[in-house]
Design a protein around this ligand. Structure first.
Ligand code: ACO
Length: 322
């Protein structure tokens, strides 16, 4: 039996219609385009309206990924959705998507809650299912509607986030030169208080708001997003120079710059979408992947490194051949 690899064969995304610039925000809260832009690199973000629910955005992104792969709903046997902003406590967004899209052959559907690391967590889980021969083809979505949990009284945090969804189709292949080479997941719940939601269904019966100690989060984000890449490279006899494209979690431009500097990796080979998407948490990496893919950035065989960090704290990395 040849070794099975998990290849991303297509991408899709959905960004809500409403685009809100920093100047728009300055009409509502005491802030400025200059403050936001210089500290974060963010110029604007998308916010979903009441029709653009988490499930709606996830479904649109997944439909676009299916269409790009020339596949139909019946071809999918697993659905994983990474999100911390599901429409309902239950059922999962994955199950609601299954119903919406008629993914009748999917025998597994669930949500992953690992905040901004959720997409890479999902990739790791799907890779394991494929490598053990349990499934052949999966849809993985990262989706968030952070506009519904922003605290407009906290100007240092509310300006950072946006809404959107990114999706990929992942397929089993026996081509040794394609797909996930390695991935690694991490968590440290001792630091949960530094970035957390202030509510929860069992604790307060409300969703609460995002609360963050920005400087502390910044420090940990840079350290872990750098630290997760090097061991993956070493274990696979690869060097930083071998990476064709780095796709970091798109939290903030200064974090991305610090990560690339510490890795001694060129910014020109780092995918950047934070300026117009802002921080879309679990959606940020698949949105960046789709943006680059549709621009024709990746060539077959390119080595991609994904690096994510989020609340929990959670962090995760992956190396894959396009
Ligand atoms: N507009 C104008 N002024 C502001 C704003 C704003 N939106 N927000 C804060 N300020 C002011 C503060 O009131 C403070 O003023 P003061 O000195 O008069 O008291 C001053 O700016 C500095 O505030 P700080 O909060 O200390 O600002 P800092 O320089 O630390 O930058 C920032 C804040 C941009 C949030 C930074 O800490 C950061 O980038 N942190 C990382 C956050 C992040 O991206 N987290 C996500 C990563 S993980 C994930 O995605 C889940």
């Amino acid at each position: 039996m040849p070794q099975l690899n998990s290849a991303i064969i297509s991408t899709g995304s959905y960004l809500p219609k409403q685009y809100v610039t920093n100047d728009d925000l300055a009409q509502k809260i005491e802030t400025s385009d200059e403050w936001i832009r210089t500290r974060t690199g963010i110029e604007g973000r998308h916010y979903g309206d009441e029709t653009e629910t988490t499930t709606f955005m996830a479904t649109k992104a997944a439909e676009r990924a299916l269409e790009q792969a020339n596949l139909t709903a019946e071809d999918i046997d697993m659905i994983v959705v990474a999100t911390v902003t599901p429409d309902y406590t239950f059922p999962s967004v994955a199950c609601l998507m299954q119903k919406q899209m008629g993914l009748t052959n999917a025998s597994v559907a669930f949500d992953v809650q690992a905040a901004c690391s959720g997409f890479v967590y999902g990739l790791n889980l799907i890779d394991a299912q494929i490598k053990t021969g349990q499934i052949k083809r999966a849809i993985l979505v990262g989706v968030e509607k952070f506009s519904s949990i922003l605290n407009w009284e906290d100007r240092s945090t509310c300006v950072l986030f946006g809404d959107g969804a990114g999706a990929v189709v992942i397929e089993a292949t026996d081509n040794p030169n394609r797909g996930v080479i390695a991935s690694k997941l991490h968590a440290n719940g001792n630091l949960a208080d530094l970035l957390h939601g202030t509510g929860g269904i069992a604790a307060t019966q409300t969703a609460g708001h995002v609360s963050m100690q920005g400087r502390e989060v910044f420090r940990h984000a840079v350290r872990e997003m750098v630290g997760v890449v090097s061991p993956l490279l070493e274990k696979n006899n690869l060097k930083t120079d071998d990476i064709d494209w780095l796709i970091p979690h798109q939290a903030n431009m200064r974090i991305i710059e610090a990560v690339t500097k510490q890795l001694d990796f060129p910014m020109e080979k780092t995918i950047q979408t934070v300026a117009t998407h802002a921080n879309t948490s679990a959606a940020s990496i698949p949105l960046a992947l789709d943006d680059a893919n549709r621009k024709g950035t990746f060539k077959q065989g390119d080595l991609l490194a994904l690096s994510a960090f989020g609340a929990g704290f959670t962090w995760a990395g992956a190396l894959l051949r396009w």
